[in-house]
Design a protein around this ligand. Structure first.
Ligand code: ADE
Length: 239
């Protein structure tokens, strides 16, 4: 049976989902409240994990162990690294990687976790495709792009750092949880997708733009997640 784990880092990224779901139970673990029920008719667990990679990774492991989720969706906001992605637009992950993992001194590529044999965590192509078509249907005015999420324990708010994330990692958006959610999903063999609405441009204007646009951006992402949750059972079979 399908059960979707839906993770947002902050309250405003999951509040709308919690309102829309029919909740059967709330379980608290590691300081996180896991809301289990149905979202748009599909079994789901919605949780605010807190900010950053450690919170996000712990949350994935709890979703895997305690709730046996079959799919993971990360919803939230991000800074744009792609000139084609404006505030309010949506980035759907093709893949995700860490921008703050650096073991280049031993020959690894920037961002590569040693001894894994690869650098990018690939999102589930079917989930990503479903998210893109769901967005075109429910949000025809919103530009939704497939691309690369780069994550680190850092709010990106300078032109120089932004340029580095583009040239070194070819990132399309920067945020603080996606790659660790992808990493945890990979280790537990759970298909995942990251859906992020753009709240700022990850440059010197980010400090001003982020507070102004974060709530609206988070709503865009959550609306898409609700639509996607309703579609998954018909499109994906699960034993
Ligand atoms: N989340 C939203 N905007 C961000 C930024 N500029 N850097 C990191 N995380 C973000």
């Amino acid at each position: 049976m399908i059960k979707i784990g839906i993770i947002g880092a902050m309250d405003l990224e999951v509040d709308q989902l919690k309102k829309e779901m029919s909740t059967l139970s709330i379980v608290t673990k590691a300081g996180m409240d896991f809301h289990e029920g149905t979202l748009n008719g599909t079994p789901a667990v919605v949780v605010r994990c807190g900010i950053g990679k450690v919170n996000a990774a712990l949350c994935v492991q709890i979703l895997a162990d305690l709730f046996q989720v079959t799919h993971i969706i990360n919803t939230g906001v991000a800074g744009s690294l792609n000139a084609g992605l404006d505030i309010g637009d949506i980035l759907i992950s093709k893949d995700a990687l860490y921008h703050d993992m650096d073991v280049t001194v031993f020959g690894y590529r920037p961002g590569e976790v040693p001894q894994m044999g690869f650098r990018e965590f690939t999102a589930d192509p079917l989930l990503a495709r479903l998210a893109k078509t769901a967005c075109e249907r429910v949000n025809p005015d919103i530009n939704a792009v497939l691309g690369r999420v780069v994550s680190g324990d850092q709010f990106i708010s300078s032109k120089e750092v932004k340029e580095r994330l583009i040239t070194e990692f070819q990132g399309d958006c920067a945020e603080m949880e996606g790659a660790s959610i992808a990493h945890g999903a990979y280790l537990n063999q759970i298909p995942f997708v990251i859906i992020r609405a753009i709240s700022d441009k990850a440059d010197d204007s980010a400090e001003m733009d982020y507070p102004a646009f974060e709530a609206a951006a988070a709503r865009h992402s959550a609306a898409l997640v609700t639509e996607l949750a309703g579609e998954i059972p018909a499109s994906i079979s699960c034993d």
